[in-house]
Design a protein around this ligand. Structure first.
Ligand SMILES: [Zn+2]
Length: 137
C-alpha cells in the first residue's frame, strides 16, 4: 500500500542521464478519457455536471472542474449540495472518437464528401453493369 509516487521517483533515478526523457512520458500512457476531467452525477435527480460544459444556470464557466466548484454550488435541477454528487468518470471524451479512427479499414478517416464519392461511385459502377446486361440482348 505504498504511494505510487515513490515508485515513479525510483524509476526516474534509474534512467541514465544520456537518455533524454520528456517530462510528459507518464501522461502519454494515459488515454484521453483518463486525462479528461471527471463528470459528476447528482444522486438525487441524475443531473450530470460536465466540466467541459460548466453550468450556465449556476454561472459556472465551461472548463471548471467539479472539485473547483464553490462549496455553495448546488445541483441546478434539484438543488442538492455537491456532497450528493458521485464521480462517474470522464464523459464525452474525444478518445472514443480518436480510437474509432483506426478501425474500419480507414473508412472512418474519410470526410463525408469522400464517403459520398465512394458510395455514388459504387452505385455508378453497378449501374454500368446493369446497362451492360441490356447490351447483351
Ligand atoms: Zn440534482
Amino acid at each position: 500500500m505504498n504511494e505510487p509516487a515513490k515508485e515513479e521517483q525510483k524509476d526516474e533515478q534509474l534512467v541514465p542521464e544520456e537518455t533524454p526523457l520528456p517530462e510528459k512520458t507518464p501522461a502519454k500512457e494515459k488515454t484521453l478519457a483518463e486525462q479528461a476531467p471527471s463528470s459528476y452525477e447528482c444522486r438525487s435527480c441524475g443531473y450530470v455536471y460536465v466540466p467541459s460544459k460548466g453550468d450556465s444556470q449556476g454561472k459556472v464557466p465551461a472548463g471548471t472542474l467539479f472539485t473547483e466548484l464553490s462549496p455553495d454550488w448546488r445541483c441546478p435541477v434539484c438543488g442538492v449540495r455537491k456532497t450528493q454528487f458521485v464521480n462517474i468518470g470522464a464523459q464525452g471524451a474525444p478518445s472514443g472518437f480518436a480510437e474509432n479512427l483506426d478501425y474500419g479499414l480507414g473508412i472512418n478517416r474519410l470526410t463525408p464528401s469522400q464517403k459520398n464519392i465512394l458510395i455514388f461511385g459504387a452505385l455508378g459502377i453497378g449501374f454500368l453493369f446493369f446497362l451492360s446486361l441490356y447490351g447483351l440482348h
